[in-house]
Design a protein around this ligand. Structure first.
Ligand code: AVJ
Length: 320
């Protein structure tokens, strides 16, 4: 018997990658040029995102991780042992590690669109927690949430740290939470970290780090288009731009054209006026009452929530 052979498994649901070309061509042809943020996460994009998480200005992971350290026991008591813990958009599987010893789940199911990255993170996590079953699912969680067939039966709890929910606009977020409620079913749970609304200056500093890592992350999208879609973007002629749209309650990221120019992608020509932007990301922020209203509308009951002394970030535990 070799438990290591089955302790970590990988399931490829082949997220539709051809979609990238179609989405970019369509998004650049739009009057308001736009490309959705899920395409940031190729290998280099995922690595740059990991580097964003290290930037002091990007308070989100620092504050959130401290909340898990401070309240892991309390969270585990609410969630209960032996749950099947499912994490859509698991990335490096870093935050879940702060909960595993307290939670002792029956299995952990990381889900990510970036296959290589997921495979590596799942293997590393499995090695660090020898008692843990890890069943990784490579998929686009904005489209589908498959559970691998070898996941044990048991109470399901979805874990969404990092304010990933912020990328959805509000109706989409409600729909996504509704799908999660269906996936976990009656008695299931949701532990979710959601960034809070706060002063514009704090938010804008967080998305304009001094080391320029967020800028490199945003611009990497153009490198990816150049590499994968026969693009001709001149990286020196576009700049990172991030601002807080208070009326919409969201950080917006854009790529600004620094001059009037033409760019080819996949044999098609796109014209940019000087100062014209490609909208690449929205990151919605929620007051606790706003998030609780949203989760309630999606079929959850909010059992408990935790926040830091500066009211920067919220973590919520909700049940169906
Ligand atoms: C992964 C969507 C939560 O919006 O804060 C961080 C992505 N973009 N810095 C966020 C991001 C630029 C992040 N989310």
């Amino acid at each position: 018997i070799c438990p290591k052979a089955t302790k970590v498994s990988f399931h490829d649901y082949q997220p539709e990658l051809d979609n990238f070309r179609q989405t970019v061509l369509h998004g650049l042809a739009h009057e308001h040029k736009q490309i959705p943020p899920k395409f940031f996460y190729d290998k280099r994009g995922s690595q740059l995102f990991e580097a964003i998480l290290e930037q002091p200005e990007y308070y989100v992971p620092h504050v959130e991780k401290q909340l898990y350290r401070d309240y892991a026991t309390e969270m585990a008591a609410l969630i209960g042992e032996n749950a099947v813990l499912i994490e859509p958009g698991s990335g490096s599987c870093e935050k879940v590690q702060l909960l595993l010893d307290a939670l002792r789940p029956a299995a952990y199911v990381p889900m990510d669109i970036s296959g290589d990255f997921l495979r590596q993170s799942a293997a590393t996590l499995g090695a660090a927690f020898p008692w843990l079953q890890v069943h990784a699912a490579c998929l686009d969680f904005t489209r589908e949430l498959h559970l691998p067939q070898n996941v044990p039966a048991g109470r399901r709890v979805v874990f969404i740290p990092g304010s990933s929910l912020g990328n959805f606009d509000v109706p989409e977020a409600q729909h996504f939470l509704f799908n999660i409620a269906q996936l976990v079913g009656k008695g299931g749970g949701l532990l979710i970290g959601v960034d809070r609304k706060k002063a514009k200056a704090v938010l804008e500093t967080a998305y304009n780090d001094a080391a320029g890592v967020t800028a490199a992350f945003n611009l990497n999208l153009l490198i990816r288009i150049n590499n994968e879609l026969e693009g001709t973007f001149d990286l020196d002629q576009f700049a990172h731009y991030a601002c807080y749209n208070a009326a919409m309650g969201r950080i917006e990221m854009h790529l600004t054209s620094l001059q009037e120019q033409q760019v080819q992608v996949s044999g098609k020509t796109f014209h940019f006026a000087r100062g014209e932007r490609i909208h690449t990301e929205n990151s919605y922020k929620y007051h606790p009452e706003e998030f609780i209203t949203l989760a309630t509308a999606a079929g959850f009951k909010c059992e408990q929530h935790w926040t830091d002394a500066a009211n920067l970030f919220g973590i919520y535990y909700c049940t169906v």
